[in-house]
Design a protein around this ligand. Structure first.
Ligand SMILES: Nc1ncnc2c1ncn2[C@@H]1O[C@H](COP(=O)(O)OP(=O)(O)OP(=O)(O)O)[C@@H](O)[C@H]1O
Length: 334
């Protein structure tokens, strides 16, 4: 986290018991504006409870949460929640409201002018690949699960809250829809600017979306760090074992072209601008390969339906990937 930015969320020694069961135990963390934190861990480890303490859907028994330096308990819960987007797995759309009406709920409560709400709704639906002329007037039961999930996200973003909390937002979807929505989600400019806390038990999802991951077990932080730190510098045996089964898949999603092709230096150092032509693995997205592209994404691109010429082949990429893994391990031993 950059030093100069004050944290937008600061949790100190947060704790929660249900009866005799300590569900969250003295959890502390800070989150900078624009960061995405993923809460990860086995079922029942306290992820949802921790998330809900941030917007006071659950009251803590100990510790504090400050948002922009203000203790959340100093605000009325309803006021607090209007300033924080919240998305849950069950989506929770109001069945007798149209898509547009569902999206407008919080902006209306906040007294935004109707014309501004309509413009915002149109923009969000367009960005989430739900053409407004077709979907704005539909009712939730007329939509697929993935479409409902997108409307849930649009609703959470409607009032442009600086913080968005997401509890298993893709949980109810089949794996294919889930992967493609996840990709859209990552590429949504709107979310990149926001501070996001996302709960999942899906390790791949955590690695694809997180700036930092908090791995919890039995209500306690086992490790809080970047995906790379958790994978290559596990803090303890629990962390190491938690990722063991999917290690290769995670390594492919963690190392980037910039990591593996050190000798492509100049070309790769173009950074965000990209050095390869537009890329569209499944027709859903279009972006360029850059030094920040993961090996996994590059492989999808190289083996996709419309592979273009790249400065490397699959065997070259895999060879360089193997060498990069070795470098990581050597750096760890030193
Ligand atoms: N209202 C409640 N009353 C009593 N126990 C609760 C309550 N809410 C949660 N718990 C318990 O607290 C523990 C943590 O629950 P929580 O939902 O935070 O876990 P989780 O990590 O989000 O799990 P999952 O991944 O299965 O959703 C569980 O053992 C759960 O049964």
């Amino acid at each position: 986290m950059p030093d100069h930015q004050p944290p937008i969320i600061r949790a100190s020694q947060l704790s929660k018991r249900f009866g005799a069961h300590a569900v969250v135990r003295e959890v502390s963390f800070e989150l900078a504006a624009g960061e995405t934190l993923v809460l990860l861990g086995p079922s029942g480890c306290g992820k949802t409870t921790l998330l809900k303490m941030l917007n006071r859907l659950i009251e803590s028994d100990g510790g504090t949460v400050e948002i922009n330096g203000q203790d959340v308990r100093a605000q009325r819960p309803e006021t607090l929640r209007r300033g924080i987007g919240y998305v849950i797995q069950q989506v929770g759309l109001l069945p007798h409201y149209t898509v547009a009406e569902n999206i407008a709920v919080v902006p209306r409560l906040l007294g935004h002018p109707p014309t501004a709400i309509a413009a915002r709704t149109t923009a969000l639906l367009t960005r989430l690949h739900l053409p407004p002329e077709r979907y704005a007037g539909q009712y939730p039961h007329q939509l697929s699960g993935g479409q409902q999930q997108r409307v849930g996200l649009a609703r959470a973003l409607a009032a442009d809250p600086p913080i968005v909390l997401l509890d298993e937002p893709f949980g109810a979807l089949d794996p294919l829809t889930r992967a493609s929505i996840r990709r859209e989600f990552r590429e949504l400019e709107e979310l990149r600017r926001k501070t996001v806390v996302l709960v999942t038990h899906d390790v791949t999802e955590a690695f694809e979306l997180a700036d930092r991951i908090m791995l919890l077990d039995a209500g306690q932080i086992q490790q809080l760090g970047t995906p790379r730190e958790l994978l290559f510098r596990p803090a303890n045996e629990f962390v190491r074992r938690f990722f063991a089964a999917e290690r290769l898949a995670l390594q492919l999603r963690t190392l980037t072209l910039g990591d593996v092709f050190l000798d492509l230096g100049d070309e790769v150092s173009t950074g965000d601008q990209g050095y390869l032509p537009a890329y569209s693995p499944n027709g859903l997205t279009s972006s360029a390969l850059t030094a920040k592209t993961t090996v996994h994404e590059a492989l999808e691109w190289l083996t996709g339906p419309t592979p273009a010429t790249a400065p490397f082949t699959v065997p070259q990429l895999m060879g360089a990937f193997g060498e990069a893994l070795q470098r990581e391990e050597d750096a760890w031993k030193r």
